[in-house]
Design a protein around this ligand. Structure first.
Ligand SMILES: [Zn+2]
Length: 269
């Protein structure tokens, strides 16, 4: 079964190509190419969606699983959801962009970080993409090792998501409430980029379409400065004295988008 990007794009490849052609016209590239910024931000957002469905559908959170395992599993779910069809050039560009982003995101990593090291996160993505279709993604073969068993890994996780997470009932889950909070002046460009990318709208469609959420969920794009860690996106569960007000939230920080738009790194195309 296909879910996430592959199923979504099957019906709108034409539209995606037109949007991409317009976006790249007349741009003087400063910083990383669009595919890297967009791919990386999309991957980060879908990593948080991984936390969301783990928590709501399987009760997997810091009280039930080791945090390092949760972080790796969130990456694996994100990869499964974002694996493109081999004949979807924009999707392929973006997922390579995400892997490239991770290969160049190593500087700030410390051993205290519960996430996998950046290079492992990059090769996890490549392995899943290759493993989803070794014929179609033959170019990726040079980057993976046979002992990684990428095809087997892809199939195992794909089956696991299908059997343990995907909504196989007739009923729909609760909808996700998406909002863009007004940015601080310095974050206006980041908000505009994020909104134009439609990454969050895609995420809502993919998650609502394939999974059955059981708690009210907010997906909030916001300026995070002054509200905790602005350097990453967050998944949080909010409990109240009145349980009817409980909700889950994914915070998408304009600051992280801004940082990647301005990153001064040499990205080979
Ligand atoms: Zn995480």
């Amino acid at each position: 079964m296909t879910f996430g990007r592959a199923s979504r794009l099957a019906s709108c490849v034409g539209l995606a190509l037109i949007v991409s052609a317009q976006a790249s016209q007349g741009e003087t590239p400063q910083g990383p190419p669009n595919s890297v910024v967009q791919g990386f931000i999309r991957f980060m957002a879908y990593h948080e969606a991984g936390h969301l469905i783990m928590n709501q559908i399987q009760g997997i959170n810091a009280s039930t699983w080791p945090i390092e395992d949760i972080e790796r599993y969130a990456d694996e779910i994100a990869a499964i959801l974002l694996v493109p069809d081999a004949d979807d050039p924009d999707g392929v560009d973006e997922i390579i962009g995400a892997a490239n982003g991770w290969l160049r995101a190593g500087a700030g990593y410390t051993s205290k970080d519960p996430h996998a090291p950046p290079e492992e996160r990059a090769f996890n993505i490549i392995c899943y993409v290759y493993g989803s279709n070794p014929e179609g993604f033959k170019d990726f073969e040079q980057y993976v090792k046979p002992e990684w068993n990428c095809a087997g890994k892809f199939k195992a996780t794909d089956d696991e998501v299908e059997e343990g997470f995907v909504n196989n009932t007739d009923g729909k889950g609760l909808p996700i409430e998406l909002s863009y909070v007004a940015p601080t002046p310095a974050m206006r460009d980041a908000k505009d980029f994020l909104q134009a990318s439609e990454i969050l709208e895609d995420l809502v469609k993919d998650i609502e379409g394939d999974f059955k959420l059981t708690r009210p969920t907010k997906l909030v794009a916001m300026s995070c400065k002054g509200h905790g860690d602005e350097g990453t996106f967050h998944f949080d569960t909010f409990q109240n004295a009145d349980p009817s007000k409980n909700f889950d939230r994914i915070a998408i920080c304009y600051e992280l988008v801004d940082m990647w738009m301005k990153a001064k790194i040499d990205f080979p195309e």
